[in-house]
Design a protein around this ligand. Sequence first.
Ligand code: SDX
Length: 430
Amino acid sequence: MTDQAKTATLEFEGKSVDLPILSGSTGPDVIDIRKLYGGTGAFTFDPGFTSTASCESGLTYIDGDAGVLLHRGYPIDQLASKSNFVEVCHLLLHGELPTAAQYEKFENSITVHTMLHSQFDRFFEGFRRDAHPMAIMVGTVGALSAFYHDSLDIHDPVQRDISAIRLIAKMPTIAARAYKYHIGQPFASPRNDLSYAENFLRMCFAVPAEDYHVDPALVRAMDRIFILHADHEQNASTSTVRLAGSSGANPFACIAAGIACLWGPSHGGANEEALTMLKEIGTPDKIPEFIQGVKDRKFKLMGFGHRVYKNYDPRAKVMQQSAYEVLAATGRENDPLFQVAKELEKVALQDEYFTSRKLFPNVDFYSGITLSAMGFPTTMFTVLFALARTVGWIAQWQEMMADPSQKIGRPRQLYTGPTERDYLPIDQRG
Ligand code: SDX
């Protein structure tokens, strides 16, 4: 943060309080209100945190009006086209793109932690086969804290680092097992000779009955999808991870809390809902009727709109390109859902209802088509989002835990319930 010479003065019921204005390296200034309650006796009120900065961070910057997303200063479209997910993990965790030697050491640290304790497999047995894979993810990731007692001391930076590596390394193994358990197929173990994305695809789709070969175009697309979902500033699930971590909870429990929050259809669950929506529309000629239903507020256009982006989500542009490449690689160039999605986007972006509300496609609008073409059922879409977002969650948690000034998060409220009253015996009520 730069100098605090600038201040904002608040006059309230005869009281006056000077509030420092803090400036970051870019983006909006913030009004530091930490002294507000002490100086005025009043709280701020901001349900949904539409005007609230919850923390200082150097990880990810979003300019919602310009449709810009930077990870440690690097634009998402450059990372998606020139980097790979493991390198982006290093960037988010350590602040810089790795040298060749750093990359090799970092990648190896992930590779050697992809396995799960053999007793862990029995966790899956407790779920019904038709359990939603996100229910399995919430339960099993939280259970990791029952296996790795040597990395639960959150005040030890070495243990914080090993927890981060374990989570990034084991999420693909857990996610693939959630899928395999769901469809009743045997688990496939991770292989150290495969890249992160290829290892994951093989654990999902390989069967003992035959050798597994995957189109490199699908591996590239998977890796790119992981990059697009890696981190996204203080979104709902990241804020959940930070709030859980502020109490001193262990990192595995914090990530499980983030997974639970991501599951919601307004957040990470939107990719599953968006594909279901496209299937329900079915053909381009049904789009006008659907749009009218949105205007009549019967339902939302899933995969559209964003709290921060009031322009095209830069990830959606890359995702649309990935969708095209995966459809081509899988012989589905004329996929009817892709045609519906492109026509729906075109119609919405020309309709005043959407443009006046600055509603544009977000990362979830095209991801479902891509993931479906890769062979994933819709119930796995948010699992893949959680797999990729784990690095963002744990990097944000690391950043918070390394901040000596961090305190337990404890918001206040505007109380509108009954004021004090005396207890009445039951025979005096009514
Ligand atoms: C993600 O925060 C992040 O960064 C999240 C994320 C990440 O990477 O972590 O980017 C991932 O969650 C992307 C968003 C995925 N969700 C969806 O696609 C679900 C559909 N979108 C909406 O639910 C909504 O747009 C939100 C929740 C994403 C944002 O909602 P806001 O910021 O609270 O906006 P709002 O509800 O106040 O909407 C403003 C207006 C309202 O109309 P009016 O009441 O003013 O007339 O726009 C309307 C809303 O009804 N609106 C929509 C709409 N989204 C908002 N109308 C139709 N379809 C939509 N999708």
